[in-house]
Design a protein around this ligand. Sequence first.
Ligand code: ATP
Ligand code: MG
Length: 284
Amino acid sequence: MTHPSLQSVNGLNGHSNRGCRIIAVVNQKGGVGKTTTAVNLATAMAACGKRVLLIDADPQGNASTGLGVPRAERGAGCYELMFDGLAIEDASRPTIIPNLSIITSSADLAGAEIQLVTTERREFRMKEALERGTEEYDVVLIDCPPSLNLITLNALVAAYSLLVPLQVEFYALEGMTSLLQTVEAVRARFNPELEIQGVVLTMYDKRNGLSEAVAHDVRAFFGDRVYETVIPRNVRVSEAPSHGKPVLLYDLKSSGARAYVHLASEVLKREFGAMDIRAKAVGE
Ligand SMILES: Nc1ncnc2c1ncn2[C@@H]1O[C@H](COP(=O)(O)OP(=O)(O)OP(=O)(O)O)[C@@H](O)[C@H]1O
Ligand SMILES: [Mg+2]
């Protein structure tokens, strides 16, 4: 089932800042590693010297927490960006990671889904907000909520490409048909340039025999859109958010941190072509 909003035809706008890559991290399934991937990929890309903006478009606000911005300190953020015409420079704030800024999830974002239903050009709020200027950034990553709702639709309309984290589990591919149908509908009606840049396997457990079989099925389904890098299940990855840090900062030597550095190099290659992307130690 595609979102009902896709059944109406709207005008198309060209992307204004071709230099800045806008990537939405999407999977309507909950708990598959979207936020973990968004936070750590953003950090690894920043460590590679890219100027990165992470937008926390999920009312749960986990990316904001994971980057050390507690709820009480959030103030204006994604809601104000989409509804109040707030400029990116006013909605964003620096993080503990050099080169990485964040637009946090704000308290009012929880009501945004309902508000969007009656908003004019409701699919274009995020896109129009980003058109107000992303020149300061090389990459914008949008962490989406676990739903194909209007907030996610806004991210799909604003993005050039999608990154889909898939948790390596028996039901990994469940829901992919609705996601692919939604992407097709968005391409047809709102954003013809949208493409799935890549699929990343998360929480891979090499001791579990099922992991290999599931990874094989996912590669058979998505072909070379699946990144070679697989993110292992790693306790350091799950501990890091409670310290308000990406795992790259919490434990750079952990298998999870190293995997995200590799993933960043693959993503950057696909987005920008071959380049020197050796990651420097974060926070130096
Ligand atoms: N590689 C990993 N190893 C161990 N734990 C992980 C790993 N990746 C994610 N997790 C843990 O799994 C849980 C879900 O991850 P995460 O919040 O990134 O998923 P999500 O898709 O953003 O969830 P939601 O749909 O609720 O937004 C978190 O507790 C996270 O710490
Ligand atoms: Mg999340």
